[in-house]
Design a protein around this ligand. Structure first.
Ligand SMILES: [Zn+2]
Length: 385
């Protein structure tokens, strides 16, 4: 295991855990929510604004950065941290999810995934090994393995084959990662010595496939484990069941990361099932669609009901949008007029809610009050009630 990596569980309450993860660029407290900076930016926000929200870690997308501006260019700049001017931890995904979403423009073989760029149609090949090399040049704190995510719904045979291939790719990716970290691949500059690599559990909604995926992945001894292949359209109760079952099989001394799942209620439910790390585009994507997320629901700011509404989005929210004197009526006007300020304010508001949620969860776990905390979130009345 990387010497720069560490994980300690500080408190538990039921199956919920409060912990601390040590990464090459600093420590993060868990449960944690990672805002998504797809193309090395949390859309529209400065680094100051992002750090003020207290996410100690952001996520960036390998697929997008490999295509533009290219990991070679970012490597020459000294890695993603130097290129962006961001000093805190970064997690990079493997690009697998994006490539598999390019239906009709990609070919999957045992070697890897050949695809055409969505930008200019140019041909590319991602393999379990090349994805390790790309993330080494990017120099993220956490690199993810290249996995195959089966669609939902899919025949059991399709899900099983994707899970088995993910296991074979995990072995190849782990071997390559350990070689790169040991300096055995001098052609690959390592922007962040001490990078960690997380394995990914697949298996769809089949619990026995999840068990086999856990056994095979944990045998490779990754720094931590992610649960992938969920929030792809399956019913939410089934997702919770798979998360609870799978998290319970994973080693207690390693962080558990649920990939790409993120309504606030999902975070509350999945922390209770032993998940430590989350990411989702939802708070920033919904902001761009004019949605403010609140406890108990959401406000769709363009609706006529807010035309003369002098109240802030949420009177209890300390964010610059709510505490800064921006009324619903004004935000609605900005949205309808196409003013970019509203997108920034809604993003900051939504990310503030997620920050408050995970901070509250950490405090509640430490006090042994997670059940009460969860109930308060899940039973909060709708915003306009
Ligand atoms: Zn707010």
């Amino acid at each position: 295991m990387s010497a720069d990596f560490g994980f300690s569980v500080i408190a538990t309450d039921g199956r919920a855990r409060r912990g601390r993860v040590r990464l090459a660029h600093g420590e993060i407290e868990t449960p944690v929510f990672m805002p998504v900076g797809t193309r090395a930016a949390v859309k529209g926000l400065t680094h100051d604004q992002v750090t003020a929200l207290d996410p100690a870690i952001i996520l960036a997308n390998t697929y997008h950065l490999h295509l533009r501006p290219g990991d070679a260019l970012i490597g020459r700049a000294g890695g993603l941290h130097a290129f962006m001017g961001w000093e805190r931890p970064i997690l990079t995904d493997s690009g697998g999810y994006q490539v598999f979403s390019l239906t009709g423009q990609r070919t999957i073989t045992e070697d890897g995934a050949a695809f055409r760029s969505h930008l200019d149609g140019s041909a590319h090949l991602l393999t379990p090994e090349s994805v390790v090399d790309i993330q080494a040049r990017l120099g993220s704190d956490v690199a993810m393995i290249f996995d195959e995510c089966a669609p939902w719904p899919a025949d059991r045979g399709v899900v099983e084959a994707a899970m088995e291939r993910t296991l074979r790719w995990a072995r190849r990716g782990r071997d390559r990662f350990l070689a790169v970290q040991a300096g055995a691949a001098p052609e690959v500059p390592r922007a962040t010595p001490g990078q960690a690599q997380f394995g990914i559990i697949q298996g769809g909604t089949h619990l026995d496939l999840r068990d086999r995926s856990v056994a095979g992945t944990v045998a490779l001894d990754f720094e931590a484990y992610a649960i992938g292949g969920l929030s792809v359209g399956e019913p939410v109760d089934l997702m919770y069941e798979v998360v609870g079952h799978t998290a319970a099989q994973l080693p207690a001394d390693r962080p558990r990361y649920l990939m790409g799942t993120g309504m606030p209620d999902d975070l509350v439910e999945c922390v209770a099932r032993g998940i430590d790390m989350f990411d989702c585009v939802l708070p920033t994507r919904n902001a761009r669609n004019g949605q403010a997320l609140l406890r108990g629901g959401r406000i769709v700011i363009k609706q006529a009901r807010y035309k003369d509404d002098p109240r802030p989005l949420d009177e209890a929210c300390p964010c610059p949008a709510c505490a800064g004197g921006y009324s619903r009526a004004y935000l609605r006007h900005l949205f309808i007029a196409g003013e970019i300020l509203v997108l920034r304010l809604l993003s900051v508001h939504n990310l503030t809610l997620y920050g408050a949620l995970v901070r509250g969860a950490r405090e509640a776990i430490a006090k042994g009050e997670y059940e009460r905390f969860a109930r308060e979130w899940l039973e909060a009345p709708p915003p306009d009630a």
